[in-house]
Design a protein around this ligand. Structure first.
Ligand SMILES: NC(=O)c1ccc[n+]([C@@H]2O[C@H](COP(=O)([O-])OP(=O)(O)OC[C@H]3O[C@@H](n4cnc5c(N)ncnc54)[C@H](OP(=O)(O)O)[C@@H]3O)[C@@H](O)[C@H]2O)c1
Length: 335
């Protein structure tokens, strides 16, 4: 079968379309004919070796983690799915890849595809949906009436997280460039700062939580808009010692991550703010809950551009340019 395979780590492109054998199933896995794959910035970071020290990724490996497709085979212990089911899943960090004609998915990472979404729409959801869920609902425990700052509202994470925060009853502040102001308002953002015109920390105040999504000094500056006893959940780092502990890393890595996050944690504590780094993990049960919100049209997918499978590399370059409005999706099977 055809797959987009990473052969070795490097700054220049080391991926190639390769004919590999169809994966074999373990008892707790399902084999999915992949119809569409949603791309995420991490799909461009993995080939450069950024996550080499702590991802379960053995080369050569198929790239991509978010998929939607049809179950074609199930392992002997699988109870929740049968051949013919339409499913969606994130297989991020599970040692397998999605940018292929078929993908192996652990049963507990998959959920039934929301019936009202097509495969492209469903494939756009898993990583941004799970990350937003784990950050806003599980980690920050966002409550009705609280205020959350979700910078980069027009990105993959932003377009989902704004809608989830609104569903949870929160008020949302966001940043975006002039051309995307109407988009983020249409998703429910209450306070919108055009970051080309204004500094968010001069406009927003009394926030209860921040989702860290923008590199640079945005997280440090966001401390100024937070109330005491509030939360910063960072998706972009610096990683902290708790993250190293949760992943069972050795003492040295815990020390390094502790050191990397020391400054922001100290600054946050001075203001009574809790800082933590979140690294998303696949979870089929959470994805099923997210699926219900999509089916009830509480949240809608936002898709910028769809590429055919043979242009998956161009799709990755397009995403890497950092201007996507919502998600970039690769379509393998046209319905
Ligand atoms: N830790 C985790 O588990 C985890 C999980 C998922 C994602 N992430 C990380 O979260 C970050 C966001 O992911 P994503 O999928 O949303 O990325 P993305 O879709 O590639 O983000 C693109 C968007 O960012 C906006 N943007 C760029 N610079 C901005 C700035 N300075 N201020 C406001 N908006 C800005 C752009 O809007 P304009 O064109 O208007 O600038 C564009 O719409 C990435 O770094 C990703 O790696 C981490």
């Amino acid at each position: 079968m055809k797959a987009l395979v990473l052969k070795r780590y490097g700054k220049s492109d080391q991926t190639a379309f390769t004919d590999i054998s169809k994966p074999k199933l373990e008892s707790g896995e399902i084999l999915v004919q992949v119809h569409a794959v949603g791309l995420n910035p991490i799909d461009n970071m993995i080939p450069k070796g950024t996550f080499k020290p702590f991802l379960r990724f053995e080369l050569p490996a198929t790239l991509g983690s978010d998929l939607a497709g049809i179950v074609v085979e199930v392992g002997s212990r699988v109870t929740r799915f049968k051949p013919g089911d339409a499913v969606f899943a994130s297989i991020f960090d599970l040692g397998t890849g999605a940018l292929a004609e078929f993908a192996v998915v652990p049963e507990n990472a998959a959920a039934l595809k929301p019936a009202n979404l097509d495969f492209v729409q469903a494939a756009s959801i898993p990583m941004v949906g799970l990350t937003s869920w784990q950050a806003l609902k599980v980690r920050a425990k966002l409550r009705p009436g609280q205020k959350v700052f979700i910078p980069a509202g027009s990105g993959g994470i932003g377009t989902f997280a704004i809608q989830l925060a609104k569903h949870l009853g929160a008020k949302v502040g966001t940043t975006t460039s002039t051309g995307n102001v109407e988009l983020v308002k249409s998703l429910g953002a209450d306070e919108v700062v055009d970051y080309k015109q204004q500094e968010f920390e001069e406009v927003l105040q009394n926030y209860d939580a921040v989702l860290g999504t923008v590199q640079g000094d945005a997280i440090e500056k966001s401390l100024q808009i937070l109330k005491p006893k509030s939360n910063v959940v960072s998706l972009i780092g610096p990683p902290d010692a708790a993250f190293a502990r949760a992943r069972g890393m050795n003492f040295f890595m815990k020390f390094v991550f502790g050191l990397l996050s020391r400054k922001i944690i100290r600054h946050a504590r001075k203001r009574g703010v809790e800082y933590s780094f979140l690294f998303v993990h696949p979870d089929g049960r959470q994805l099923a809950e997210i699926g219900k919100l999509l089916e009830a049209e509480r949240i809608r997918p936002v898709i910028d551009k769809v590429f055919p499978f043979d242009q998956a590399k161009e799709a990755l370059v397009y995403l890497e340019n950092g201007r996507a409005k919502g998600k970039v999706v690769v379509q393998m099977v046209k319905m």
